[in-house]
Design a protein around this ligand. Structure first.
Ligand SMILES: NC(=O)c1ccc[n+]([C@@H]2O[C@H](COP(=O)([O-])OP(=O)(O)OC[C@H]3O[C@@H](n4cnc5c(N)ncnc54)[C@H](O)[C@@H]3O)[C@@H](O)[C@H]2O)c1
Length: 318
């Protein structure tokens, strides 16, 4: 299959990630079918998509006309067979559960046309496990999008055990075509690159917060206005070059001895999760949120985040 042959995209699982992935493909001209377990979930996903397109238009990322044009490219169904019968490329974004993903990949293997590429958006599972029962191992790949997927440019394109060169390149080229920034990960390791880096940093963030070294607000403020600010322009290795490798060698050799090296998240976080304090989705986490996220298609905190990301995105594309 050539890139030009990809016309129909199906997205299975349209929660936090899937609806944004579907929206991105539709925005760039693809016919998109969304599939999930119930009509209510699909309606909610469409409400989110409408809200996000509205935010795009309000912030002049797209014209008003593009809202209806994009929506007209999207259809929904709870019937998996119907969802993938014409698919050239399928992205699954279902729960991060190996049994659910493995079963889905086996079903897709049977239901999809022979040429269809199956992509998983798993954050931490391995394709060798997810696609273990698939006949078309060569046509499976991981495309790990970053939340919010309709805004964050990068997507990790991960080669699994059986992924063919052709599939790697097609997934890469497809993501470039929809104006994403794909990055090739040539061998799958747990967490790929992005989540390993994120976990390494979160370990220290959790530790500083747990010790009360600074408030949650201040830790976030510092990150946004220092490392986050820098990294939006240049990466950590170029930052080290510009700062001086001798300087970076010295401070890391001292600090690596004292920063956290625990292998579990902190007990306090475990308690918050057990108490149902899950962040935006339950209205309370480190901060408080209005819970309209699941009811109205767009919570205030999400719109505010998206506006900031859109400003960055405009800079990135300029
Ligand atoms: N949330 C993130 O920040 C993030 C970031 C990157 C990658 N991911 C990965 O993306 C995937 C989805 O995560 P999410 O946060 O969007 O999850 P989510 O819980 O928000 O959404 C998952 C959706 O999948 C649906 N689903 C479950 N089983 C299904 C099935 N058999 N068929 C159809 N639909 C099914 C659920 O109903 C739900 O709507 C996971 O693999 C996750 O690791 C998540």
């Amino acid at each position: 299959m050539q890139l030009e042959d990809i016309k129909n995209i199906s997205v299975i699982g349209v929660g936090t990630m899937g609806h944004g992935i579907g929206l991105t493909y539709a925005l760039r001209g693809y016919r998109v079918v969304l599939n999930d377990l119930s009509e209510a979930i699909l309606n909610n996903a469409m409400a989110h998509i409408r809200g996000e397109l509205k935010t795009f238009a309000e912030n002049e990322l797209i014209s008003q006309d593009m809202i209806e044009t994009t929506l007209s490219r999207i259809t929904t169904t709870t019937d998996l067979k119907e969802a993938v019968k014409d698919a050239d490329f399928v992205t699954e974004a279902v729960w991060e559960d190996i049994e659910v993903k493995r079963k889905l990949f086996s079903d897709l293997d049977i239901l999809c046309p022979g040429h269809t590429i199956l992509a998983s958006s798993t954050s931490a599972l391995l394709l060798q496990d997810i696609a273990s029962q698939c006949q078309r191992r060569g046509k499976t790949v991981i495309t790990h999008w970053v939340n919010p997927p309709h805004l964050v440019p990068a997507v990790e394109v991960v080669r699994g055990e059986g992924t063919s060169d052709e599939t790697m390149e097609l997934a890469y080229d497809l993501l470039r075509k929809i104006k994403k920034v794909p990055v090739r990960i040539m061998r799958e390791i747990p967490g790929f690159i992005l989540n390993r880096l994120q976990a390494a940093m979160m370990r220290e963030v959790w530790s500083l917060w747990q010790q009360g070294i600074a408030s949650a607000e201040d830790i976030d403020l510092l990150m946004k206005t220092s490392l986050g600010f820098r990294w939006a322009a240049i990466g950590p290795l170029a930052t080290a070059d510009l700062g001086g490798l001798d300087i970076f060698y010295n401070f890391t050799s001292r600090l690596l001895k004292v920063i956290s090296d625990v292998h579990e998240p902190p007990e306090e976080l475990k308690k918050m999760v057990a108490a149902g304090e899950l962040g935006l989705k339950s209205g309370k986490g480190f901060f408080k949120y209005d819970v309209s996220y699941f009811e109205e298609g767009q919570a205030e905190s999400v719109t505010a985040r998206d506006k900031k990301h859109i400003q960055l995105l405009k800079l990135w594309y300029s």
